[in-house]
Design a protein around this ligand. Sequence first.
Ligand code: FCB
Length: 396
Amino acid sequence: MTNHQFTLPDGFLFGASTSAHQTEGNNVNADWWAFEHRSETVVHETSGDAADSYHRWREDMDLLADLGFNAYRFSVEWARIEPAPGQVSQSALAHYRRMLQGAHDRGLEPVVTLHHFTSPRWFAERGGWTAPDAAEAFTRYTEAVAPVLDGLATHVATINEPNMLALIHTALRQGGVPADLHHLEPDEQITTAMIEAHHAAKATLHSAQPGLRVGWTVANQVFQAEPGAEDACRAHAWPREDCFLEAARGDDWIGVQAYTRTRVGPDGPLPIPDAAERTLTGWEYYPEALGEAVRHTAEVTGGQVPVLVTENGIATSDDQRRVDYTTAALTGLAQAMRDGIDVRGYLHWSALDNYEWGSYAPTFGLIAVDRDTFARTPKPSAHWLGSLARSGRLPG
Ligand code: FCB
């Protein structure tokens, strides 16, 4: 039995996350769809119908609300909203407005991501984030979305994991996405462009809807220096994580996304020891990552930016291991909160088993999805986490 010990503050957002491309299905106008279908593609599986959430989002939200959650993070898809440069689809906007309203009707606070890894094909074809007008294009898209958020969303994330995007860009230029991104150099031009786009989008959102709370979400690598490698570790972390956290000073919140750790020696990242337990993504089982990521984020952002955990979870086919992992992760989170870090929410990755960027094999979901019928079945971990959310407490 879990020992519920830490009482959460009022208004704490407790729920789960998804992204559009990973769950909606048939996101045919996105650059990722094009990437999946290139003749020389390196992806194992295409996204296809995904979880068909473009049509079944009501079921998804019904389940999350019934399980006991009060928040749902999902993304709106730029490729659907602006299928051609400057051409805004009112029908796509109406779809997302219905989703936002639907979340409210069910007592779920939406946390909306504007860009979760995918861009419209036309944006990618013009050079993506390296195009001279990339920030302008993103701002124009943000302007189109702002009215839809009015009165229905409070928390908006501009770009999901810009630090991973900067690495993925380098990988794609080199011909594919390797399993281990740590040895790649993040693309500096993209980093600068995304920071600019984030700040411009934040200003646009604030002037369109002054009540919005705007942030972005960073992939926390939990870099750990081996003895004597402290300087090397700091130098490694700066372009891969810390410069993105630093850019969030002055934001309304910062999204922490933590799964595992990366040990760094004098010559760079070290391999995962053979004896370590690995998850279905090949990452080290290391639930302490969450508490450590929250503390690191608070430190780099100067302790002034409220934290939302926007992703944390485990790819496993053993649902009890998901409960074990999440119990330990939440224990670390409770300890960080007890130490005074201002954490406003926890959104588990993921609500559903979904398309994990090239494969359906790594199952992160609290809810299983049948690939043929799309039937949803909450796993025992979903009931467990939902009842924790309802209790308003964390273990630890
Ligand atoms: C993060 C992504 C998310 C999902 C999880 C496992 O890097 O934001 O879409 O793939 O990892």
